[in-house]
Design a protein around this ligand. Structure first.
Ligand code: 9MG
Length: 283
């Protein structure tokens, strides 16, 4: 592990901006039907907005809204349904001072979301869907390009690497190059090694230990480790809801090596850990 400075880069969105020389928390807001069921007391949208506002109060500077689960067992969602889930939440969130990222691989969804007020495209499929690269270039917004092999349903069989960190860097570089060749601006690109996507537990741990190597690619880096299975395994078999402290620790390890954004469920704990890290790094 090696200590790395963060990039001097600012993303501007009208009145809002994101200084990437500081680490940020991206709060996870899943708007899949099972995410906000509360026995019918609130509708799903109200509960989702309440959770987003809570995460902002806890220290999230970006809210990542997703209408499709990327778990290997999840069934596919059609574009119309994804739009029905995501857009009403984005329209409401856009009334607040928050930077909105959209977790989608569908060009139609990101187009509708940007119209409704979203700012960033977070694509676990790294702009590989038809027309995705062209859409990212035309929308002219920041994009998070994540490493994965195959699809969430097939990725668990695609974890053969010579050296996981170097192979991820090579494959991510190719996706970044495709984006640049299509007209995506270099200053709009953030990369993400895709913890848990086509990687086994040992490979995820090696990637975390060698996270600093990703800085060689020259782009700001997101790490998304929250409640991932390998964190549970490192804890001796902890369930998802018991992985908060392990996730905070792993996120901090990635920040120490250069991550400027971490994607988290447990925002307050993550933001507190970052405050301590910042105090230390300014001492
Ligand atoms: C939506 N989503 C789920 N896991 C993710 C990860 O590891 N990275 C990014 N960028 N998005 C993710």
């Amino acid at each position: 592990m090696q200590l790395m400075p963060l990039p001097q880069k600012i993303w501007r969105f009208g009145r809002l901006s994101l200084d990437l020389s500081q680490p940020h928390v991206m709060g996870i807001l899943n708007v899949t039907p099972d995410s906000f069921s509360d026995g019918g007391r609130h509708n799903g949208k109200d509960a989702a907005i309440a959770r987003a506002l809570e995460m902002m109060a806890e220290g999230a500077t970006v809210i990542d809204v997703g209408g499709e689960s990327t778990r290997p067992s999840a069934s596919a969602v059609d574009v119309e349904e994804e739009i029905r889930r995501v857009i009403p939440v984005v329209e409401e969130l856009a009334k607040h001072d928050v930077i909105i990222s959209i977790d989608t691989s569908q060009p139609e969804v990101i187009r509708a979301a940007v119209k409704a007020g979203a700012h960033i495209w977070n694509d676990v499929r790294a702009l590989t869907r038809p027309n995705a690269l062209e859409t990212a270039a035309v929308l002219d917004i920041p994009v998070i390009i994540m490493h994965m092999r195959g699809e969430p349903t097939t990725m668990n069989h695609l974890d053969q690497y010579d050296d996981v960190t170097l192979d991820v860097m090579t494959e991510l570089s190719q996706r970044v190059q495709d984006a640049l060749n299509t007209g995506v601006k270099p200053e709009h690109i953030m990369i993400d090694p895709g913890f848990g996507f086509a990687k086994n537990a040992q490979q995820n741990l090696k990637l975390l230990n060698e996270f600093y190597k990703l800085n060689e690619l020259g782009y700001p880096i997101l790490s998304a480790l929250s409640r991932k299975r390998f964190i549970g395994e490192a804890l001796g078999g902890a369930d998802a809801l018991e992985r908060a402290v392990g996730s905070v620790a792993a996120h901090l390890i990635s920040i120490q090596q250069g991550a400027c954004m971490v994607r988290a469920h447990d925002v307050k704990a993550t933001a507190d850990a970052i405050k301590v890290w910042k105090a230390m790094s300014q001492a």
